[in-house]
Design a protein around this ligand. Structure first.
Ligand SMILES: CC(=O)SCCNC(=O)CCNC(=O)[C@H](O)C(C)(C)COP(=O)(O)OP(=O)(O)OC[C@H]1O[C@@H](n2cnc3c(N)ncnc32)[C@H](O)[C@@H]1OP(=O)(O)O
Ligand SMILES: O=C([O-])CC(=O)C(=O)O
Length: 372
């Protein structure tokens, strides 16, 4: 029995949700470029959960269900108020809140297909509100109730800022939500599938997935990118900063990918949006540092930017706090996690691989008092 480091190249399941073939990403067969240019996030949620695009009635129905379920229980809001607020990362708050939401859902442990779909709607609807509510409470601000007449992208920004966002901000947020929604068997999705394959509940699966997304080798990279851009500070510093990192064999956040070799097809859309927003805000510095970093890294290494690289400067231009970048990733990716969870339940088998044992062999038990 031999192991494969990081399970690289191992095909661990079948899935009809999304695919990455020859560096092309599709959701249920639809190319991500097409979806990024044309689809609303609500359409993508439907697509991932049903593996077909909704017609007008189906889209209106899912929008209505999502809008009607966007409020979060007062107990979750009150819980936030008990946190040691300066020490709590919003991803930790989100992870805890999702677990808590399960306590207030009468159907949390009901395992039939319809109940699981209803939970999917509730989680998808509530996650944005959880993130924006926590973001406000930690600043001493009152939560803003989600509106039923706004898209998910607009509502997220509205509940975060208490102001109706402009058209470009909504376009940027919608694009980010569409682009982050699913990505085959990435680490957090695999985590969700492993969890629910024990026939554990949807809340447990999503809580586990949030924990996996939080790390800087996965979703946490977008916040780490902004930290790097801030440390670089100005375009002129980029070269020495990047050279030092590469010489020290340190990783440049937002670059590289386990599956893509030629590049992440999502990055160009975020780059475009980052540039557009930087022109509107008049603060082009972060976009310029980003393009300089891309030029420097790709000149030295076959490491193109991934989805996390340009999303950082884009979210910054939207005025979003840097530690909310990864929670926003979760607001989108919960759609993919839920699609995979529903698919896993539909045709379940326990996921239980093997480990190649590399420890000592044939040990003899020594009584405690004789051990050195
Ligand atoms: C949404 C997402 O999750 S996208 C990924 C977000 N994560 C990041 O941006 C963090 C930075 N990137 C990385 O750490 C990696 O590229 C990962 C985790 C994304 C992929 O990792 P793996 O497929 O396991 O590649 P691994 O980490 O083994 O790297 C292979 C080689 O490329 C190098 N490398 C990979 N990524 C980078 C990077 N960002 N900067 C510098 N070198 C890198 C490694 O140092 C290693 O070099 P070596 O063979 O000389 O030791
Ligand atoms: O697929 C991966 O390994 C990571 C990634 O890009 C994602 O989850 O969007």
């Amino acid at each position: 029995m031999t192991s494969t480091s990081g399970l690289e190249g191992i095909v661990a399941t079948t899935s009809a949700v999304s695919s990455i073939i020859d560096d092309t990403l599709t959701y249920a067969g639809y190319n991500i470029d097409d979806l990024a240019e044309n689809a609303s996030f609500e359409e993508v949620v439907y697509l991932l959960w049903h593996q077909k695009l909704p017609n007008v009635d189906q889209l209106n129905e899912i929008k209505k269900q999502l809008a009607e379920n966007a409020k979060i229980p007062q107990q979750v809001i009150d819980h936030f108020k008990t946190y040691p607020i300066n020490n709590v990362h919003p991803m930790a708050a989100l992870r805890t809140a999702v677990s808590l939401l399960g306590l207030f859902d009468d159907e949390a442990d009901v395992m039939d297909t319809e109940a699981n779909y209803r939970k999917a709607i509730r989680l998808q609807a509530q996650l944005p509100t959880v993130v924006s509510t926590f973001a406000r409470i930690r600043k001493g601000l009152d939560p803003v109730e989600p509106r039923t007449d706004l898209s998910m992208a607009a509502n997220f920004l509205f509940t975060l800022t208490a102001q109706e966002p402009n058209e470009v901000a909504v376009e940027a947020m919608n694009k980010a939500l569409v682009l982050h929604a699913d990505h085959e068997l990435n680490a957090s999705t695999f985590t969700a599938r492993v969890c629910v394959a024990t026939l554990s509940d949807v809340y447990s699966g999503i809580t586990a997935a949030i924990g996996a997304l939080k790390g800087p080798l996965h979703g946490g990279a977008n916040e780490a990118v902004m930290k790097m851009l801030t440390e670089i500070g100005k375009v002129e510093n980029a070269e020495s900063y990047i050279n030092e990192k590469l010489n020290n064999k340190e990783k440049i956040m937002g670059f590289g990918h386990r599956v893509y070799r030629q590049g992440d097809p999502r990055a160009k859309h975020l780059k475009e949006m980052s540039e557009k927003l930087s022109k509107i805000t008049g603060e082009s510095k972060w976009y310029e540092i980003s393009t300089k970093v891309e030029e420097l890294v790709t000149a030295q290494k076959p490491l193109p930017p991934n989805v996390d690289f340009y999303s950082a400067s884009m979210y910054h231009s939207l005025g979003i706090d840097h530690d909310l970048f990864t929670p926003i990733f979760a607001v989108s990716r919960v759609s993919g996690w839920l699609a995979h969870i529903l698919e896993q339940y539909d045709n379940n088998r326990l996921i239980r691989p093997r480990a190649e044992y590399v420890g000592p062999d044939k040990q003899i038990y020594i009584p405690l008092e004789l051990r050195g």
